[in-house]
Design a protein around this ligand. Structure first.
Ligand code: S3P
Length: 440
């Protein structure tokens, strides 16, 4: 078990690139496997979650060359080119890997077993397994088919999946993507209706690879592929979810002035920036452009006094992974912040409502748990100490950022999970002038 220790910071200054977007990196690997020919990817996130996807695509017969840790070339063998793996497919701790692969593999005429860490095996899989079953997939799992390991019992005799029209009960990009991926290999049109704007990287990437996908507001349809996807040369933008930690740090640490280059600015992911701007943050966006079908730009963040605000409804899905660090920001803002409609946080890598509230309260913040979010009274003085990440990468980083404004020294234990999404996080903090030490 590793730990990091963070000291209260005087000011953060500098210019950085954050690592590649996790969601886009997973999709690039999977969709390249369905393409016919060579895909080249730059800016791949060399983190643990994406590595699980990389390993599995290899097990399914896709040839992947690691030119460098962040640069890959992938030889896709076409829409019917995936092969039965010899063993179980280990998704490690990655929900995106398991849920998207369930969609990708459901129509295949071979047998697959998807498994992962005890944490992942306790996360809800009925949300993807049930609609995929409606399409005709045979999916078995623990607890009556709701938990992993999941068995996808395809055989050479299996009938092809049929398209469905599915109204998603929760706004989830993972569920949306799983159904659309299965739909690419079904016999008829599949339509997904989403209740809110969940991240749309799947739609963007599939469209630019030539998939028959149409979008009508929150209704997305795919027709069965008649040809393989076209391979792309893609540069993956910096991950706004990783940038979020540095953005909040720069807002909170007095005297800070930080520039983050090449960050993905997709509107379905921008909730954290919108929320902080609403709270009075000083964030400038420059050099906006489109790269590989995704909006990208540079962010300049200067320290500012934040004021509490209310968030709920459709705000939530566009910042779902950033809410723990937003709660930290709210604890340092003037006045009350209320976050509603964020019940999905309870089924992430940890119960992020309970654990965020518990951790920030133990640091001295005034954070109350609501069934679907938080009530935060601002202007708390938070104190250092030893705090455990509960094996959740985003909470480990939230604690480290809290350490930059806490009185005294903050040690984050179970910090080995940070590279699940942000390899090089400690170095990034050091580059900005923070004092961080790592320990075994
Ligand atoms: C992701 C979607 C979100 C997010 C996760 C990555 C994706 O999950 O929390 O970190 O890449 O599709 P849900 O779709 O379950 O909300």
């Amino acid at each position: 078990m590793s730990q990091i220790t963070v000291h209260r910071a005087k000011e953060l200054r500098g210019t950085l690139h954050v690592p590649g977007d996790k969601s886009i990196s997973h999709r690039a690997l999977m969709f390249a496997g369905l393409a016919k020919g060579t895909t080249s990817i730059k800016g791949f996130l060399n983190g643990k979650d994406c590595h699980a996807t990389l390993q599995i695509m290899g097990q399914l017969g896709v040839t992947i060359h690691e030119v460098s840790p962040t640069e890959l070339t992938i030889e896709g063998s076409g829409r019917n080119g995936l092969k039965e793996a010899e063993g179980p497919l280990d998704c490690d701790n990655s929900g995106t890997t398991m849920r998207l692969l369930a969609g990708l593999l459901s129509p295949q005429h071979f047998y697959s077993v998807l498994t992962g860490t005890p944490q992942l095996r306790s996360r809800p899989m009925g949300r993807i397994a049930n609609p995929l079953r409606e399409m005709g997939a045979i999916i078995l799992g623990r607890k009556g088919g709701l938990l992993a390991p999941l068995t996808l019992a395809g055989t050479s005799q299996s009938p092809q999946l049929r398209g469905i029209r599915y109204e998603m009960p929760v706004a989830s990009a993972q569920v949306k993507s799983a159904i659309l991926l299965a739909g690419l290999n079904a016999v008829s049109r599949t339509t997904v209706i989403e209740p809110g704007p969940a991240r749309d990287h799947t739609e963007r990437m599939l469209q630019s690879m030539g998939a028959p996908l149409t979008i009508d507001n929150h209704k997305i349809s795919v027709d069965p592929l008649t040809e393989s996807l076209t391979p792309l040369n893609m540069t993956i933008p910096g991950d706004i979810s990783s940038a979020a930690f540095l953005i909040v740090a720069a807002c909170l640490v007095e005297g800070s002035d930080v520039e983050l280059k090449g960050v993905g600015l997709n509107s379905t992911r921008m909730g954290i920036v919108t929320a902080l701007l609403k709270m009075g943050a000083n964030i400038e966006i420059a050099n906006e452009r489109v790269e590989g079908g995704e909006p990208v730009g540079d962010l300049r963040i200067r320290a500012s006094e934040l004021t509490g605000a209310e968030f709920g409804g459709r705000d939530i899905v566009t910042m779902i992974d950033e809410i723990p660090v937003l709660v930290l920001a709210a604890s340092q803002a003037k006045g009350q912040t209320v976050i509603r409609d964020a019940g999905e946080l309870r089924v992430k890598e940890s119960d992020r409502i309970a654990v965020t509230a518990e951790l920030l309260r133990s640091m001295g913040a005034d954070v109350e748990e609501r069934p679907d979010g938080f009530t935060v009274a601002g202007s708390s003085t938070i104190k250092g100490g030893v705090y455990d990440s509960h094996g959740d990468h985003r909470l480990a980083m939230m604690l480290a950022i809290a350490g930059l404004v806490a009185v005294g020294e903050t040690t984050v234990t179970s910090a080995e999970v940070i590279p699940d999404s942000y390899p090089g996080f400690e170095d990034a903090l050091r580059e900005l002038g923070a004092t961080v030490s790592a320990g075994g």
